[in-house]
Design a protein around this ligand. Structure first.
Ligand code: FAD
Ligand code: UDP
Length: 404
């Protein structure tokens, strides 16, 4: 059958039981579940010209499958989320490896026993590793913050090295902040790992959709109960009604095409943008992606190289490692991070977590919390740093509630 697309102008809103804003994993999972398990007719509106949110991939001019909104590798310990997406795709087993380019020498990230030998030489590394094991245990993960808190001079030597050579410059490029200034949960994503395991993730289930993410989304949305309107922005088609004219007065209802819409509205975009940023824009980091195609099989030694001490970009990803595509050519992508200043031309990729920003978000959330049929869901709408699997898990949980 294929995905059913419609222009928003042609939609008869009375035919729909639920509206979903945004077509990433949050939106697509809820839409599919409401349609399939709940037997609902679901209207999905998406402001971009295509489905799949940040997971969107397509073939470039050289015929290489590339990701257009950041490199996406699936990994999870949540069996339900894993089983759920495998319903819609064949699976390619893939375990991501990241190396840091340390002044031209490659060093595994997360920093581990192998990195230690590269940094300190075999003999000294053996001694320092024993110290780490004695303090934290073998095969343990330690955050850079925990390591830096240790008093022991040899542990401090390791902590200083990792801080300066793995975290400092990369974090400054990525966030415009030092590692001390970012929320501790951010650097904790990439711990020091007292192990020989060179994989970036240790989750039980890892890999990639065999035919790419866009193909996976096409199958998720291919259901008789789902209609997708692309190029449609929620703020242009929602008529928001508030309890009063007060700036902090919450939403009383949402009208769509002149009718009050009482079915579930699942919103997965940035919450501030729905309210035209009336309390000021929520801070995010945005990214620029620069692609290159080379007439050779591989440019990098593995899927991603992080530039932790040099270069303006944070990392380079080579897609054929991720996708397993065989070709004489290869396409790579450099990521440049910068502040998010203009919603018209930029995309909000990373919420900048802090007490101040979380409180700012909360002010927006209070505008929607009394509206019982409105559900903010996803990395943007919840202003959180969620991976794909968490989003799928949260979307399935919301669907459980809505379907009953
Ligand atoms: P999105 O995918 O962002 O989808 C939201 C959709 O809503 C978008 O299509 C957007 O256009 C649309 N939208 C927004 N506002 C409106 C509006 N007002 N009206 C209509 N439509 C709107 N996770 C992993 O698990 N593994 C990875 O390797 C990984 N790599 C990443 C790399 C980068 C650079 C980034 C930024 C993220 C990465 N993630 C990764 C996280 C992953 O992208 C998110 O978990 C996932 O995209 C969240 O899905 P979502 O549906 O909440 O949001
Ligand atoms: N990080 C770092 N150096 C690295 C890898 C990660 O400093 O080589 C820090 C940086 O602050 C980054 C965070 O750890 O933003 C989380 O890294 P991750 O790879 O999880 O980021 P993502 O893939 O989500 O962009």
């Amino acid at each position: 059958m294929g995905v059913k697309y419609s222009s928003f102008a042609d939609v008869d809103i009375r035919a729909f039981d639920a509206v979903v804003v945004g077509c990433g994993f949050a939106g697509a999972t809820v839409a599919r579940e409401l349609a399939e398990r709940g037997g609902k007719n679901v209207l999905v509106i998406e402001k971009r010209a295509q489905i799949a949110g940040n997971m969107y991939d397509e073939f470039d001019d050289a015929g290489i499958l590339v990701h257009r909104y950041g490199p996406h590798i699936f990994h999870t310990n949540d069996k339900r989320a894993f089983d759920y997406i495998r319903r819609f795709t064949d699976w390619r087993d893939y375990e991501h490896v990241v190396l840091a380019d340390w002044y031209g020498t490659y060093m595994p990230v997360p920093f581990n026993k192998n990195s230690m030998e590269i940094a300190f030489g075999k003999e000294r590394a053996a001694h320092l590793t024993d110290k780490l094991i004695a303090t934290f245990g073998d095969e343990r993960k330690v955050t850079i913050n925990e390591l830096r808190e240790q008093d022991d001079p040899e542990l401090s030597e390791i902590a200083d090295f990792v801080y300066k050579n793995v975290f400092l410059y990369y974090t400054q490029k990525q966030w415009g902040l030092t590692p001390e200034e970012v929320d501790p949960s951010v650097t904790a994503r990439v711990p020091v790992f007292i192990s020989r395991d060179n994989r970036y993730f240790q989750d039980a289930y890892q890999g990639m959709p065999a035919n790419g993410y866009t193909a996976l989304f096409e199958r998720m949305l291919d259901h008789e109960g789902i209609v997708v309107c692309l190029n449609t922005e929620a703020e242009s088609v929602f008529d928001l009604r508030f309890f009063s004219d007060d700036e902090d007065a919450p939403l009383e209802s949402i009208f769509i095409k002149d009718r009050r819409f009482d079915g579930p509205i699942v919103y997965t975009g940035p919450l501030d943008e729905l309210f035209l940023s009336r309390f000021g824009r929520l801070p995010y980091r945005s990214l620029d992606f620069v692609y290159e195609t080379h007439d050779q099989k591989h440019v990098l030694p593995c899927g991603t190289v992080n530039f932790t001490v040099t270069e303006d970009y944070t990392r380079i990803t080579e897609f054929t490692y991720l996708t397993g595509q065989e070709s004489d050519k290869t396409s790579i992508m450099k990521e440049y991070s910068h502040s998010y200043d203009d919603p018209k031309t930029q995309i909000p990729y990373y919420a900048i977590l802090s007490e101040k920003n979380n409180a700012h978000y909360e002010r927006y959330r209070l505008l929607v919390s009394p509206l019982e049929n409105f559900y903010p869901l996803g990395r943007l709408a919840e202003y959180r740093y969620y991976n794909m699997d968490v989003i799928i898990g949260r979307a399935l949980a919301l669907a459980d509630t809505l379907v009953g």
